[in-house]
Design a protein around this ligand. Sequence first.
Ligand SMILES: [Zn+2]
Ligand SMILES: [Zn+2]
Length: 328
Amino acid sequence: MDRAAPLRSRPTLLSGFDPGFATSLCSGALGRIDFMSNNSARQRFDWTNSLFLASVHLAGIYAIVHLTVFYFSWWTLGFGALWGVFCGLAITGGYHRLFAHTSYSASPLLRAFYLAFGAASVQNSALAWSADHRRHHAKTDSDSDPYDIRRGFWWAHVGWVLHRDVGGKKMDKVNDLHADPLVRFQHRYYIHLAVLFGVGIPAAIGTAWGDPLGTLLVAGFLRLVVQWHATFSVNSLAHMFGRRPYSKLTSARDSFWVALVTFGEGYHNFHHRFQADYRNGVRWFHFDPTKWWVWTMARLGLARNLHRMPADRIAAARQAIQQADHAA
Ligand SMILES: [Zn+2]
Ligand SMILES: [Zn+2]
């Protein structure tokens, strides 16, 4: 959905460092945040999330040390990559395009796959993730946007994860998802599933080639760090750098580079303009492995009702932008 939201000057990587975020790091110990903008006054520094994120990053760095100094194994590396693909698709094809946008329907087997590996991706339950994401689309570039890019690169990338709303998390506009018993189960046992699929199963499988610790570190923690920053880059980089061929009403941009590390999620300008479409990279040559995955799942009978915007509507949106550019 497009909205005519007033944007401040385009943020840059350096100017984007939110002074409120820095303030929060200092004042968090006092249990109080004295932010500079109205919207941030509703948020407090979240010590639990922040210490958890910091610890996982340290474990991810140690995974590289383990792999390069103590014990190198192609099995460990390959399995870590495979787990990364499963978890990545669970977020892009599952949390994002299926649950948050309902751009297609999926069989219980495929939904269970998404929910298990989505939990392993430690980005909250599908229900909570979708509530945030639907608000992002409905309120893009406003005070109610959870990852509002107007607050700078760091806020949109990770600052918002390190804070929590005073008064608890808003979980509105997800009643349709709440009706799914699998989604409710995952929401209830999210932490159990995150531990099981995030680190438990990888460590157990790693014993098969004698490297349970390395597999735990690489497929568990290093994979998680890489995956987090890939996902975060959609909220930060894809709202800062790239072209806007379909709409200039929001900050969302099409970025091949972000698409490259997010299984196709970087075509974010198209996605904000036509969020009901299961494709993000709409042209045949766009690098969008998630759309190929969903298409394949449909061929296997595990997905159906794949929504596509009519080609003439997409062409009309492009043409309107081109005409506006010529007139300018
Ligand atoms: Zn979206
Ligand atoms: Zn966005």
